[in-house]
Ligand binder design. Structure first.
Ligand code: NAD
Ligand code: TDX
Length: 332
């Protein structure tokens, strides 16, 4: 594998993956990204120009996509509309990018017989009860709750159909909640950090009992690279790091690390259809590919993430007002 096309490489996880590829491989990288509100070219700053080509465009632009896929040995597909709250307010872009965009990439990958890796989420499996001893595995039935997760589930099923019907050489990974540098401040952890940095109060949905299974974005990147290099064609791999925590626990840690009183937050209207709990069993990835997460200390990872937002205010400050205007308009 000498060249990789990374879609959504100016977003949170995609940009972290591009940094990871530059540091850990010799491949040439082309990033295809539409630079929506969630994409930021500054997330790719400082990377070597002789290894990285950036193309601004939409993954549903069949002609553009076909030329780029033809020119790469493999496609790693991160591009998506990724935020549940946005999907509840305006679902259409989610159908466009997550379904039609994925379909467009699949057609080119099939035409040119390219290796394809599809990035997906644990949200396709729906949610678990708080006291359920089980966790999601690769055979858990699909049961998505939100417009976002329904479109991600649809995209996974398209990949599976293209593998079975057309022999596409593909793999899929479904990962739990990521945290780390360069995450858009609409998401839970960076929203609260930047609220505190701005002197406003963090906002917790409902009672904050919902549980998410946190994994550091660098661990997600190393898992994707392991699957790309050594994963079995046709397989799905779940990615997680045994990081289950309730939202109220995560917020309490942020407040403590940022020297705030433990009650310095507001409870706001709950999310419609809010998934209660996600939990990932990543045994298959460990046993088949020998992968393990490097970031096992959540509090240390969170402290470093807080430091990143503190030191990179320029990166996020321009989008803070629009983000909070949106939340105000939906009562959050
Ligand atoms: P993000 O919103 O930060 O980034 C998405 C990127 O895709 C942006 O750069 C955006 O400009 C680009 N994009 C959007 N629509 C496009 C289009 N039509 N054509 C080209 N580019 C387009 O998202 P993220 O959090 O980095 O998530 C990346 C992937 O990982 C998504 O597929 C998401 O479903 C999946 N995922 C995310 C998480 C998480 O915790 N954030 C967990 C599991 C899986
Ligand atoms: O201000 C907030 N307050 C709050 O309590 C926000 C923005 C969120 N929340 C809650 C909702 C969730 O229970 O925090 C939890 C995490 O919320 P998000 O950051 O919006 O993530 P989530 O909905 O869990 O989805 C994320 O993980 C799976 C990513 O956004 C998806 O792209 C990924 O597929």
């Amino acid at each position: 594998m000498r060249s990789v096309l990374v879609t959504g490489g100016a977003g949170f996880i995609g940009s972290n993956f591009v940094h990871h590829l530059v540091a850990h491989t010799d491949v040439d990288i082309t990033v295809l990204d539409a630079l929506t509100y969630a994409g930021d070219l500054r997330s790719l700053a400082g990377l070597p120009g002789n290894r990285l080509t950036f193309v601004r465009g939409d993954i549903s632009d069949a002609e553009l996509v076909d030329g780029l896929v033809a020119g790469a040995d493999a496609v790693v597909h991160f591009a998506a509309e990724s935020h549940n709250d946005n999907s509840l307010a305006e679902p259409r872009p989610f159908l466009h990018t997550n379904i039609v965009g994925t379909y467009t990439l699949l057609e080119s990958a099939r035409r040119h017989d390219r290796r394809f890796h599809h990035i997906s989420t644990d949200e396709v499996y729906g949610d678990l009860e708080l006291d359920d001893p089980g966790r999601f595995t690769e055979t858990t039935p699909y049961n998505p709750s939100s417009p976002y997760s329904a479109t991600k589930a649809a995209s996974d099923l398209l990949v599976r159909a293209w593998m079975r019907s057309f022999g596409l050489r593909a793999t899929i990974s479904n990962c739990s909640n990521n945290y780390g540098p360069r995450q858009h401040i609409e998401k839970f952890i960076p929203r609260q950090i930047t609220n505190v940095l701005r002197g406003s109060r963090p906002k917790l949905y409902g009672q904050g009992r919902n549980v998410r299974d946190w994994v550091h974005v660098e661990d997600h990147s190393s898992a994707v690279l392991a699957i790309l290099e050594r994963g079995r064609i046709g397989e799905t791999y779940l990615v997680g790091a045994d990081g289950e925590r309730s939202n109220v626990e995560v917020l309490a840690t942020i407040l403590r690390l940022m020297d705030q009183p433990s009650d310095a937050y507001d409870l706001v209207t709950d999310r419609a259809g809010h998934d209660l709990r996600y939990a990932i069993d990543w045994t298959k990835l460990r046993e088949e590919l020998g992968w393990a997460p490097a970031h096992r200390d959540f509090e240390a990872g969170l402290a470093a993430t807080i430091e990143w937002y503190r030191s990179n205010e320029d990166w996020w400050t321009g989008s803070k007002d629009a983000t909070e205007d949106f939340y105000r308009s939906v009562g959050k």
